[in-house]
Write a protein that binds this ligand. Structure first.
Ligand code: URA
Length: 446
């Protein structure tokens, strides 16, 4: 900071950002910590955010913001765990049950994952909601309990407490109100401050690109992925990212209980399909990063083969079962999901009205249909229905005949079911499009 810029008022710092200057970490700290202490108003932070979104935040500003947010609360100390500690983050999608596969897979291969997850909001699902469809499961765990389960089982999935990165919650709420969520630097600092505070030495990221994602196109998603990886590596963590397709739902089931059932059925058979592919690739990236001798690369495919072996032998299934039991849940869900998971009273089929090739299954639209059935929230704190959802029989690129079932709707009432059937009929369109590869790109820096 040059001498003449020391001691500037918040309004003067905002003016600098308005005029296209880069703010130093100390200057950003004055503003963000001032907001937390009540010396800087929300109106001033809103102005800063908008100035930053319009003029762009630099990489240095993104790193500084990450550090400031990370410093604002408690952190998890994983140093007592014996294995390599691995964390995973997805920027959020539809039918995205990867955590339920990656966590037990990493555990089966000797890693330890303490995964702090979130709840669904809008059209995207959340891992905690999915897990809570298992009777008895507890996702509100104190740090020591998380560490005990991670040490014993290799994985644990729990809710982030309000004490971790509290500044992000305040800032995110303001971004939400002021149309400033969609900024690469702000998203990266928000995501990475929470990942850094969660303590793992290796972090893998799944940045979604497409209709159902924050980042509609793959180039923007890759830019976000690169910035997140840079931030983590700068903070001394191992980190790599995948950019994956979210033009259509990732898995074949969308909803809470139904996504748990899908994860269990996938882990019971050799890995196949787009969801399994993303999970395997994320676990492969995580373990190659976590094993320093591999230098972040798996050119011979040996890590992936090891993970496929764990998957096929049922080791990952066993870890999931043990994790559910350790968190107080009905572990029999892993042997008989239909008997344990809640089911909705009404089922309706979505049927093709003509033959052809499935050209589009827009993830956002389908996520919204499922949220309206009751599986998602309009507002934070809304109660969700774990039993409702949609099971897809087809994916983009599949040939279908007239009269063929395209999807099955699980609903609470006949009216809800009919509305969802109509919505799905409109959402699934026929055309010649071929599907995008599920893995768009890999970001391995340094
Ligand atoms: N997820 C986050 O945690 N923060 C953002 O800013 C966007 C998505």
């Amino acid at each position: 900071m040059s001498d003449h810029q020391e001691g500037l008022l918040p309004s003067e710092l905002i003016g600098l950002k308005r005029d296209g200057h880069e703010l130093s970490e100390a200057q950003l700290r004055v503003l963000v910590e001032g907001m937390l202490g009540g010396d800087v108003s929300e109106a001033q932070i809103a102005a800063l955010l908008m100035a930053g979104v319009l003029n762009g935040f630099t990489v240095a500003e993104a790193k500084a913001l990450t550090a400031i947010l990370w410093d604002s609360g408690e952190t998890l100390d994983l140093s007592s765990l014996s294995g390599p500690t691995i964390d995973k983050h997805s920027t959020g999608g539809v039918g995205d049950g990867t955590t339920l596969l990656v966590a037990p897979l990493v555990a089966a291969a000797g890693g330890q994952m303490v995964k702090l997850s979130g709840r669904g909001l809008g059209h995207t699902g959340g891992t905690l909601d999915k897990l809570e469809s298992i009777p008895g499961i507890n996702v509100s765990l104190e740090p020591q309990r998380m560490l005990d389960i991670a040490e014993r089982v290799g994985c644990v999935v729990a809710a982030q407490t309000d004490r971790l990165v509290p500044a992000d919650r305040t800032l995110y709420a303001l971004r939400d109100l002021t149309g400033t969520v969609e900024s690469t630097a702000l998203i990266a600092s928000s995501v990475m401050s929470k990942k850094l505070a969660a303590g793992a030495s290796t972090i893998v990221l799944d940045v979604k690109a497409g209709d159902g994602a924050f980042m509609p196109d793959a180039a923007a998603a890759e830019e976000l992925a690169r910035l997140c990886v840079q931030i983590a590596q700068d903070a001394g963590r191992r980190c790599a990212a995948l950019v994956t397709d979210m033009e259509q739902p990732l898995g074949r089931r969308i909803g809470n209980a139904t996504e748990v059932a899908e994860a269990i059925s996938l882990l019971r058979a050799p890995p196949s399909g787009r969801l399994a592919e993303v999970a395997l690739e994320l676990a492969t990236l995580a373990l190659t990063e976590a094993r320093p001798q591999a230098g972040g690369h798996d050119p011979s495919g040996s890590v992936r083969s090891e993970l496929v072996r764990h998957w096929e032998r049922g080791d990952a299934m066993e870890r999931l079962e043990r994790m559910i039991a350790a968190q107080g849940g009905a572990a029999e869900v892993c042997t008989d999901p239909a008997a344990i998971l809640p089911s909705a009273p009404v089922e309706r089929e979505v049927v093709a009205t003509a033959g052809g090739t499935v050209g589009a299954m827009p993830a956002r639209q389908i996520g919204e249909i499922v949220a309206r059935l009751g599986a998602g929230r309009k507002r934070k704190g809304d109660v969700i229905d774990p039993a409702v959802g949609v099971d897809l029989d087809v994916a983009v690129g599949d040939r279908v005949e007239a009269g063929q079932r395209l999807a099955l709707v699980h609903a609470r009432s006949a009216d809800d079911a009919q509305r969802a059937v109509n919505g799905m009929q409109e959402a699934i369109t026929l055309g010649g499009a071929s599907p995008r590869d599920v893995i768009c790109s890999r970001v391995l820096l340094g």
